[in-house]
Design a protein around this ligand. Structure first.
Ligand SMILES: [Zn+2]
Length: 348
């Protein structure tokens, strides 16, 4: 992270709904991981994209491969998840939905089940430490792994949803958008929906995915990640936009991620403008705060400065995000009360 956001944005209570665990790993945690595994010869420049730097989306996915090498045991996941939760809490995030694809690693004895258990353990540890943040987990399907793995992942998510008393709430569909096709994953996603798992799907993250987006929107998902190329001006279509609007499906928007990953040419051309102007639910998120060297306070400030939003408008944006969390209504009510209680202090 290069710059610190202004006090208003740091003190603003925030909801983070689109954060990948491995992409959120900070420089400090990477240092600890590197010292645990010096034989890998990994340097910092390989795991984060600094200010002014941009990479192609493909290069961004290469960065994740390096991080996966560093995070390959239950201990690593526990440490990484604990650090990430503490960092979000320190940034004023009051409610966080983390997401990650469970991986197995024969060499260290890591299983997919053990992977999720380690994240859950981190969430529980942070709660017992008394951190002021409510954390939930979304199990991710990596789209390149195909039908069978997707179905296995859904079953695993289902088990954890039942055994964790609401800590596991839903499913994420992510991974390299240029690999695989949504139609192969549809049966798994339908099963997930039918058993009560909420769905957040990366959609139209790259151009020319109209057919797939159309198919996935028919589910419909509960939230959309990015949706960069949904609207007609970006090569999408009015019918896709209509489906999103009719079903009132919120968009998780990640400015820095999209600009540094080069799917959006510059901040002022970010599709936040399109959806926000329409009054459509738009949620500011980080995506990968570690890889893209940012945090949620900075993303809110960036949104404000790029699109000329007042403090009052930013407050509303962060408060409205509560409506789109996957946790039940009682949690939403508690968060809304927290926001009200904090307002005088933030606007002092
Ligand atoms: Zn993402």
């Amino acid at each position: 992270m290069e710059n610190e956001a202004d006090a208003f944005y740091r003190e603003l209570p925030k909801v983070e709904l689109h954060a990948h665990l491995n992409g959120s790993v900070s420089v400090n945690t990477i240092e600890k991981l590197i010292s645990r595994k010096p034989h890998l010869n990994i340097e910092h420049g390989m795991t984060a994209i600094g200010k002014g730097q941009r990479r192609t989306l493909d290069e961004c996915f290469q960065v994740f491969k390096v991080i996966h090498q560093l995070v390959d045991s239950e201990e690593d996941i526990l440490m990484v998840a604990t650090d990430v939760i503490r960092e979000f809490a320190a940034d004023g995030v009051k409610y966080l939905e983390l997401r990650s694809t469970p991986r197995e690693e024969k060499r260290t004895g890591l299983t997919k089940k053990g992977y999720i258990e380690s994240v859950i353990k981190a969430i529980k540890n942070c709660k017992s430490e008394g951190l002021d943040i409510d954390v939930r987990f979304l199990v991710a399907i990596d789209r390149r792994n195909g039908t069978e793995v997707a179905m296995e992942t859904v079953k695993l998510a289902e088990e954890f949803m039942q055994s964790t008393d609401g800590l596991v709430l839903g499913l994420d569909l992510s991974g390299d958008p240029t690999v695989g096709h949504g139609k192969d994953l549809l049966p798994a996603l339908l099963r997930a929906k039918n058993c009560g798992l909420k769905l957040s799907l990366h959609l139209s993250e790259v151009p020319s995915q109209q057919e797939e987006s159309n198919l996935l929107l028919s589910l419909p998902p509960d939230r959309i990640g990015h949706g960069t190329f949904l609207h007609p001006e970006m090569g999408g279509s009015q019918s896709l936009v209509d489906q999103v609007v009719t079903n009132n499906i919120p968009l998780e928007l990640c400015l820095t991620s999209n600009v540094k990953g080069q799917t959006v040419p510059c901040y002022s051309k970010h599709h936040f403008q399109y959806w926000y102007q329409m009054g459509h639910p738009s949620i500011i998120c980080t995506d990968d705060k570690g890889v893209f060297s940012t945090n949620l306070s900075q993303e809110y400030q960036l949104t404000a400065t790029t699109f000329g939003l007042s403090h009052e408008a930013i407050w509303k944006l962060s408060q409205q995000a509560i409506d789109w969390i996957f946790a039940p209504d009682a949690v939403k009510q508690q968060l809304k009360q927290k926001w009200e209680a904090m307002k005088p202090q933030v606007f002092k």
